[in-house]
Design a protein around this ligand. Structure first.
Ligand SMILES: [Zn+2]
Ligand SMILES: [Zn+2]
Length: 81
């Protein structure tokens, strides 16, 4: 049995932009950043991992669903150039 975890995320404390990379969040406008997690379903930012799981009722035993952007990127990679 595998248990998955919501992706970690970092949010700029000022403009509330969310980044999947701590450095990017630091380089945003505010000196203060918040560390949290993304809901694997709606990609909403939550400070607590349990809240991220509970947000849309995601089951940690199921894989994280790909985002629309990831699906698009995967589809484009399969297209012959
Ligand atoms: Zn910012
Ligand atoms: Zn959600």
């Amino acid at each position: 049995m595998t248990t998955n975890h919501p992706p970690e995320a970092w949010r700029c404390g000022d403009c509330e932009c969310v980044y999947d990379n701590e450095d990017d969040a630091r380089e945003c406008c505010a000196p203060r950043i918040e560390e949290g997690y993304l809901c694997p379903v709606c990609r909403g930012f939550l400070l607590d991992e349990r809240d991220a799981i509970a947000c849309c009722g995601w089951d940690p035993e199921t894989p994280i669903p790909p985002t629309a952007a990831e699906l698009e990127a995967a589809g484009q990679m399969r297209l012959p150039l």
